[in-house]
Design a protein around this ligand. Structure first.
Ligand code: FAD
Length: 310
């Protein structure tokens, strides 16, 4: 979770009321996060902000920071589990930061709010490629960077030249070598917001990229079509192993708590079969983790980001 400082419940309403006056973009109050997460669960965010541009965002953060109000940047919520009590503070959507530009040579710059497939398509038009593996990963560049999203053994950060971060009120570029990252993980400081990423690509005939995109989308249509809302893989693959195999071996395929279920189609997908709460998912995840540990001695770790008030 970004910006860890919490504030007392008594004065928070007053402070948020004041903040609500300040933004040029959109600002909603008590916004149900179930509307902004692919699992379709989650209680309200005190504030849900959609800043217009970097200046608008900086002004918002200054006001939130002055009042010790925490914030959480999000993309499209495809990897997000928000607790049922919601998020105390401001959830910030970067959806308006969606510009994609060529910056010379084989470099492409994409705003945090750009959709993954749109970036692949843009590069394709420039005769560039090498990130076709993100074509079918739902979400934005900001989410993909934070999660080091990837597929087929590749991760987006290996293709990243540098990131533009908003850190402590200042916009600064960081070369990827300056940052600590690994499988489905990029370490950022509390409060950091990814504004944009620059990718170093290869020259590639557009038809080759087209083949990559089609292959990826087709594979996903056949394997990921689980019929219910999900967040994709719920657990990380332990080193050298597949989470779904371990879950299957533990007899957990199809296991259910309330409306949350281990998918019958893909046992590393936890799905909302209707009316699930976040607590259902947390309880089901705990049962799966326990069963996998009992049968294999491996402790599964959630890939989805769990946020919000406990
Ligand atoms: C059907 C399906 C298939 C999937 N397949 C894959 C797959 O193959 N590979 C894979 O890696 N993932 C996969 N996912 C998971 C998900 O699509 C990725 O994790 C994706 O990168 C999330 O992007 P998002 O924009 O929705 O991020 P969100 O879910 O909104 O956010 C994810 C995390 O990133 C942080 N974040 C978002 N934007 C910013 C920002 N601008 N600055 C700082 N932090 C930010 C959030 O705080 C949160 O911690 C799949 C999901 C689904 C539903």
């Amino acid at each position: 979770m970004a910006a860890g400082r919490s504030i007392g419940p008594i004065d928070r309403g007053k402070k948020l009321k004041h903040v609500a006056m300040e933004i040029r973009g959109q600002l909603l109050r008590n916004e149900p996060m179930s509307l902004h997460t692919s699992l379709k669960t989650g209680g309200p965010a005190d504030l849900y902000a959609v800043p217009e541009d970097a200046e608008d965002l900086q002004n918002l953060l200054t006001r939130l920071g002055d009042r010790n109000i925490p914030w959480l940047p999000i993309g499209r919520g495809f990897n997000l589990l928000v607790r049922d009590k919601g998020f105390r503070g401001a959830v910030i959507s970067l959806e308006r930061f969606d510009r994609i530009t060529a910056v010379g040579g084989s470099l492409i710059k994409a705003g945090a709010g750009a959709e993954n497939l749109a970036v692949v398509r843009y590069a394709q038009r420039m005769g560039l490629g090498g990130i076709g593996f993100i074509s079918g990963i739902p979400g934005t560049i900001g989410g993909a960077i934070k999660m080091n999203a990837g597929a087929y053994g590749e991760g987006i950060l290996a293709r990243t030249d540098h990131l533009t971060l908003l850190r402590n009120g200042t916009i600064r570029d960081f070369r990827i070598e300056e940052l600590d990252y690994g499988y489905r993980h990029l370490r950022l400081e509390d409060g950091d917001i990814v504004l944009a990423a620059v990718f170093r690509l290869d020259e590639r005939e557009p038809h080759r990229t087209e083949e990559e995109i089609s292959k990826d989308l087709e594979l996903r249509r056949s394997k990921h079509n689980v019929g219910y809302p999900s967040a994709g893989s719920f657990f990380k693959n332990p080193h050298g192993q597949s989470a779904w195999r371990l879950i299957d071996a533990a007899g957990m395929r199809g296991a259910k708590v309330g409306g949350a279920q281990v998918s019958e189609v893909h046992s590393n997908f936890l799905v909302n079969t209707g009316g699930a709460t976040t607590q259902d998912f947390l309880d089901l995840a705990a049962i799966v983790i326990g069963a996998v540990f009992a049968t294999s001695g491996v402790t599964l770790e959630e890939e989805v980001r769990i946020v919000g008030e406990i």
